[in-house]
Write a protein that binds this ligand. Structure first.
Ligand code: PHE
Length: 323
């Protein structure tokens, strides 16, 4: 019985059967007084010897069982480890943090504005009055009764900042913007922008250029080329769009840059006098520059992501690559 026990529990049962308080040995010892007097010492002695032999067998078996654990008890070192998953910051958040850090080095601080806005902040105060043709290019989601809208650009925050802080100022405003675009690999109805605004008495276009050159060098690397093309925005004059040399083909021409070698990454310009007047800043005394860049677009370029929808799908296989 002892040798057959296949686990510690069975062995315990066997042990009780022989050595327990009501076990076989106890039974024999209990009956000794009933034996003829001359047999008692011999039986008593024998009982003790057997008891010790059984105890020795049991403890040896105990050691054997411990050495030879059942498969369930064994640790299977070939099993893959339990991978504990840690959360990480979303690639868009990481990109925003990286851009913010770069501009903080040159004196910008972060200010955030609301996503739900009024026509005034999204258009009128930015020199886009009703009926202005630029409204057509800025298709917008309107909310109940057209009193409110989802901002279609972070330029709204330029106005909010200058209403509260008088120059000199340098501010950066990251956030979500909304446009009723059809969803495809490069368009979304919701994406992120970062707005930059700097105002002082002598701020000029070369300051804008220098700040953006610093950003491009830090974010995309020192070999990245940049160029400005004249453009039109109602709230800046002059206005420009800025391109960087294609970081995929280094300017040689590829499918990402449409064989042009250049990629447009932001809009910028000198703050329009009408915008300053709207927030009671004298355009004869102060000058400023502003820029706005799309986060998804530059994150896609930097990390080689070919579909903007990946940012919003919440697919862990995509997200964990940025941990
Ligand atoms: N708001 C503009 C856009 O969404 C970008 C911009 C910002 C242009 C600031 C000039 C100055 O396209």
């Amino acid at each position: 019985m002892i040798l057959e026990a296949s686990n510690q529990k069975d062995l315990e049962t066997v042990k009780n059967f022989y050595l327990g308080r009501k076990g076989k040995i106890a039974d024999i010892i209990k009956n000794i007084p009933a034996l003829p007097e001359n047999q008692r010492p011999l039986i008593g002695k024998e009982a003790n010897v057997i008891k010790q032999q059984i105890a020795a067998l049991i403890s040896r078996k105990q050691v054997d069982l411990a050495k030879n654990l059942t498969p369930q008890d064994k640790i299977d070192v070939t099993l893959p480890p339990n991978r504990s998953r840690l959360g990480g910051l979303h690639p868009i958040t990481q990109t925003i943090n990286e851009i913010v850090k770069i501009f903080e080095h040159i004196g910008f601080c972060v200010v955030e504005g609301p996503e739900i806005e009024t026509d005034y902040y999204n258009f009128q105060a930015l020199n886009i009055p009703e009926g202005h043709p630029a409204r057509d290019g800025l298709a917008t989601f309107y909310l109940k009764d057209n009193d409110y809208l989802l901002r279609s650009q972070t330029s709204t925050v330029q106005i909010r900042i200058m209403q509260q802080v008088k120059p000199p100022l340098r501010a950066l405003s990251p956030g979500r913007v909304f446009r009723p675009d059809n969803l495809d690999a490069s368009h979304s109805f919701m994406f992120h922008q970062i707005e930059g605004l700097a105002v002082d008495r002598t701020t000029n276009f070369s300051h804008l250029k220098a700040s953006l050159a610093y950003f491009v060098e830090k974010f995309f690397g020192p070999k990245t080329g940049m160029r400005f093309r004249p453009h039109y925005f109602p709230f800046t004059e002059p206005s420009a769009e800025m391109d960087i040399s294609c970081i995929i083909c280094s300017g040689q021409g590829c499918s990402v840059c449409g064989r042009k070698g250049w990629l447009e990454i932001l809009g910028a310009g000198m703050v329009h006098p009408n915008v300053f007047k709207e927030v009671d800043i004298d355009p004869e005394v102060f000058q400023g520059y502003a820029f706005g860049l799309g986060i998804e677009r530059i994150a896609m370029l930097k990390y080689g992501i070919d579909d903007i929808r990946l940012f919003a799908n919440n697919d862990i296989r995509f997200l964990e690559q940025f941990d």
